[in-house]
Write a protein that binds this ligand. Structure first.
Ligand SMILES: [Mg+2]
Length: 350
């Protein structure tokens, strides 16, 4: 088992996710019939315009970047040391994302949380992130509520996929998959209070952690599932994972097979669809991400999660160069992946 805890795999995971997000962006709200009538029988096969450009990222990548920044700052800042510190750094990072989305709330946010929590970090220095890219309701409303959601004191009962789609950085941050699961759940519970909403996120973080440790995908799924099963509320997420794994190889992969798992708007369906697409793609990044966006559901989120998985498995070299070049904010995204590696890997190994 060869460890993939190198910058190439960290970048593969983060950039791969952003590319899947950008591919799904123009078709997020289209049915498969609409996609086929606009792009042909094969569906979408390349970047297409969304938000005024090709390769535009959406809220999925924005929130993954802010989650990464929260984790990075939790490591940099001594005051964020410890369990509680990681989650509060993650919360402050999401408040900074909210600051980019709700400009009318900016003064209130600063009054309630102080400039240190809101304006700190490097991401708020990028004006391109001050852009609404169909942000999820649960994420916006939970953060606007001023309440810090926890597993014990849920902020809502949402199991939308907004927790899972942003959680790959937690898998890259923690070598120990149990720890990745633990923090993935807690960071997701900031905005998603239904057990499946945060358990799917924790399971995804554990999966990414296992993959970069060197597990092949099937083993990583088995091991992440074992961690999930220790939680009493695991049934729904476990069933979605099982359904995805069971169907691999039984039918030719096509949108109708994916749609049998659901539409991906909710957490366990988004994870199930992404696992299926990643398993079917093997080492073909293009095949996997295109399969994961061409369906009637939440294309950018399933594209993002699938891109994270395949990029973590095979590294940045598997990602088509032109898609990397044409990706919005590609330098910032690559730098963030590099910062995650630097903070969580290179220092510990020195
Ligand atoms: Mg989105």
């Amino acid at each position: 088992m060869t460890s993939k805890r190198t910058p190439e795999y960290y970048k593969g995971c983060v950039i791969g996710g952003a590319i899947g997000d950008a591919l799904g962006a123009p078709i997020e709200f289209m049915s498969i019939d609409q996609i086929r009538s606009e792009f042909g029988e094969m569906g979408l096969t390349d970047y297409s315009e969304a938000y005024g450009r090709n390769g535009a990222i959406t809220d999925d990548t924005q929130m993954a970047l802010f989650t990464a920044e929260g984790l990075i700052l939790s490591k940099v800042r001594q005051e964020y040391e410890g369990d509680k510190g990681v989650v509060s750094a993650g919360y402050h990072a999401l408040l900074r994302w909210l600051y980019t989305q709700e400009t009318t709330l900016q003064n209130n946010l600063i009054q309630n949380h102080g400039t240190c929590s809101i304006v700190d970090g490097v991401l708020t220095g990028y004006k391109e992130l001050f852009s609404l890219r169909a942000p999820g309701n649960s994420c916006l409303s939970s953060l606007k509520s001023g309440k810090t959601g926890t597993i014990g004191d849920p902020v809502n009962n949402s199991k939308g996929c907004g927790g899972v789609m942003r959680m790959a950085p937690a898998g890259l941050a923690f070598d120990d998959p149990e720890k990745a699961f633990h923090f993935g759940c807690k960071l997701a519970a900031l905005t998603h209070g239904h057990p499946t909403g945060y358990l799917a996120a924790g399971t995804f973080a554990a999966l990414i952690s296992l993959i970069v440790t060197g597990d092949p995908l099937t083993e990583a799924i088995q091991d992440a599932t074992l961690i999930l099963k220790a939680d009493k509320n695991h049934e729904e997420t476990l069933r979605a994972i099982g359904n995805a794994v069971d169907v691999v190889g039984k039918h030719p992969p096509e949108p109708e097979v994916i749609e049998a798992f659901g539409a991906g708007w909710i957490a366990e369906e988004a994870l199930g669809i992404s696992l299926y697409c990643s398993l079917v793609a093997v080492d073909d990044f293009k095949k996997g991400v295109l399969l994961s966006v061409n369906h009637s559901g939440d294309s950018d989120s399933t594209g993002s999660i699938t891109g994270n998985i395949l990029g973590a498995l095979y590294g940045i070299d598997i990602v088509p160069v032109r898609w990397r070049e044409d990706l919005e904010l590609n330098e910032l995204i690559e730098e963030t992946a590099g910062d995650l590696f630097d903070q969580f890997q290179s220092q510990e190994k020195n």
